[in-house]
Write a protein that binds this ligand. Structure first.
Ligand SMILES: Nc1ncnc2c1ncn2[C@@H]1O[C@H](COP(=O)(O)OP(=O)(O)OP(=O)(O)O)[C@@H](O)[C@H]1O
Ligand SMILES: [Mg+2]
Length: 251
């Protein structure tokens, strides 16, 4: 296997919720070190696709391969496979009764069976990486939304993932806190982290993404370099969507 093999490889993925066919024959690959931003209207299947990458949602058909492991193989050790995939949600999902440090050490000591001092060293390193060295002892309630989201990112990074998934990581934040989270994500991208980011931050996608994927109606309608897709989209549906996000008007 060479390093040019895709880190993520999804083939023929179909997902239904009851009779609702929410992902339709998706083929989607992500190269090592690539940053892919996924955009598209509400309900188009962005979160479901992201959740299929670590099999938080089970597809009805198709294969999901991450880092040479086929997660859809019934013999796959799914917990082990998931450990190499960090996920950051819109609603931080921190443990409220644990400090920032302990939010980061918890999985290290319980899941990876690291010794306490080793876990703390890793957690401190990653909290420093997201600019929160001063906040290691703070509890989530005492942190701003932007700081909480950065703890969530540090927690995911502490597991030393091969891939990071972000589902609208800045959508729950007050506008003035969005920048600090995007700065951390931009730095991660610069460090070569492979990232799939569902986002409405078109400026971020334009600047940081290697590729932008536009989804609508459970399918990938169009994808390409941000400069092309965001400025000269080929498909009318992409154009309409971008017009609506970039030039919002009151109804
Ligand atoms: N757990 C679920 N049970 C039933 N239907 C679901 C579930 N999760 C999502 N859906 C449906 O699947 C479709 C795709 O939803 P999804 O959350 O992936 O869209 P999205 O593109 O992430 O939208 P948004 O931008 O609003 O987050 C929608 O029709 C949604 O109602
Ligand atoms: Mg979503």
């Amino acid at each position: 296997m060479t390093q040019t093999d895709p880190l993520v490889e999804i083939r023929g993925l179909n997902k239904y919720f009851g009779s609702n066919h929410v992902l339709r024959d998706i083929d989607f690959s992500v190269a090592r070190g690539e940053v892919v931003c996924v955009i598209g209207p509400s309900g188009s299947g962005k979160s479901t696709l992201l959740r299929c990458v670590n099999l938080l949602e089970t597809p009805q058909s198709g294969t999901v391969k991450v880092n040479e492991q086929e997660l859809t193989d019934p013999d796959c050790d799914i917990d082990a496979a998931r450990r190499q995939i960090g996920m950051v949600f819109q609603q931080f999902n921190l443990f409220p009764h644990h400090s920032a440090l302990d939010n980061c050490t918890l999985a290290l000591t319980t899941v990876l069976k690291k010794k306490r001092d080793e876990a703390e060293r890793i957690a401190r390193e990653n909290l420093e990486r997201v600019g929160l060295a001063e906040k290691v002892d703070a509890y989530p309630a005492r942190l701003s939304g932007g700081q909480q989201q950065r703890v969530a990112i540090a927690r995911a990074l502490s597991m030393d993932p091969a891939l990071m998934l972000f589902d609208e990581p800045t959508s729950a934040l007050d506008p003035e806190l969005v920048g600090e989270v995007l700065t951390v994500m931009r730095r991660l991208a610069d460090e070569g982290m492979t990232m799939i980011v569902v986002t409405h931050e078109i400026a971020f996608a334009r600047e940081v993404a290697d590729r932008v994927v536009f989804m609508d109606g459970g399918g990938i309608v169009e994808q390409g370099k941000p400069s092309t897709l965001l400025s000269e989209p080929r498909e009318p549906r992409t154009r309409d969507f971008l017009k609506r996000v970039l030039e919002p008007v009151a109804d």
